[in-house]
Design a protein around this ligand. Structure first.
Ligand SMILES: Cc1cc2nc3c(=O)[nH]c(=O)nc-3n(C[C@H](O)[C@H](O)[C@H](O)COP(=O)(O)OP(=O)(O)OC[C@H]3O[C@@H](n4cnc5c(N)ncnc54)[C@H](O)[C@@H]3O)c2cc1C
Length: 222
């Protein structure tokens, strides 16, 4: 992945907005230079010669902007300065690329934290006809765009919170839910997006439940 995006040309784009969703988590809208497919990523850097980082596109294909959702890594190189950008600042992005298009349905989509980003794009693009979405987060404020998912997916949108309880919130880890599930479809596709540990854990559980390796597709945020 690193070699792949190193070769990609970066183009200057203007920042349209920078919204703080909750502590340390930003939703940034950028000028849209290229068409893309929901589920794709861009490489992004503050300066043209910097080593870019990858971000899932978090907006629908018909929106006039391209957005990303990210959390600030306090010791990270890119996210601290990126979190401070203002309207009309310039950042540098590649053309959209990537194959996490989640085209097969029925499917189960599984995300933790900002791994929800590609699923925001898919839902906003009207591409969530026959899916269930499982989202895990530490606190309720980290269910980004939960109103949109609730509206579009209704009871097929399940939120798992490890430290807080609330209406329509399932307490505990989504991995515990999967472990205890007795009726997981073994024919559906499972699309996973988030950190490496979540992907490893969920994949192991799904395989133990009889889901074949080929039916588990992951976008891993290294
Ligand atoms: C396909 C893909 C899609 C992604 N999409 C998203 C997305 O939509 N949203 C999102 O938030 N993230 C996403 N990521 C992750 C993103 O690309 C960055 O890795 C992340 O934002 C951190 O960037 P950074 O430059 O701030 O941190 P980095 O400088 O890359 O550092 C990352 C972490 O490693 C630590 N670190 C750095 N150097 C060292 C070292 N030498 N030794 C030990 N620790 C070190 C830092 O403290 C920090 O916590 C994606 C990743 C991939 C591969």
């Amino acid at each position: 992945m690193m070699n792949q995006h190193k070769r990609k040309a970066l183009n200057a784009v203007k920042v349209i907005s920078n919204q703080l969703l909750t502590e340390g988590v930003h939703y940034i809208q950028l000028e849209k230079l290229h068409e893309f497919q929901a589920g794709q990523v861009i490489a992004l850097a503050m300066h043209p010669n910097d080593e870019p980082r990858l971000y899932s596109i978090a907006s629908g294909t018909q929106r006039p902007y391209l957005s990303i959702l990210f959390d600030v890594k306090p010791d990270g190189e890119l996210t601290p300065p990126l979190s401070k950008v203002q309207i009309n600042d310039t950042v540098y992005i590649s053309e959209p690329f990537g194959k996490f298009l989640c085209k097969e349905q029925p499917a189960t989509w599984i995300a933790t934290g900002t791994g929800i980003a590609p699923f925001i794009s898919l839902v906003e693009s009207g591409l969530a006809q026959n899916i269930q979405l499982l989202h895990g987060a530490r606190t309720i404020d980290k269910f980004y765009f939960q109103d949109v998912f609730q509206k579009e997916l209704g009871t097929n949108y399940l939120r798992f919170c490890t430290t807080q309880s609330g209406q329509h919130i399932i307490e505990g880890r989504l991995t515990t839910y999967l472990k205890n599930s007795t009726n997981l479809s073994t024919n559906n596709k499972y699309y996973l997006c988030g950190g490496p540990q979540m992907v490893i854990d969920v994949r192991e559980i799904l395989i133990s439940k009889g889901v074949s390796y080929d039916n588990i597709i992951a976008e891993i945020y290294f």
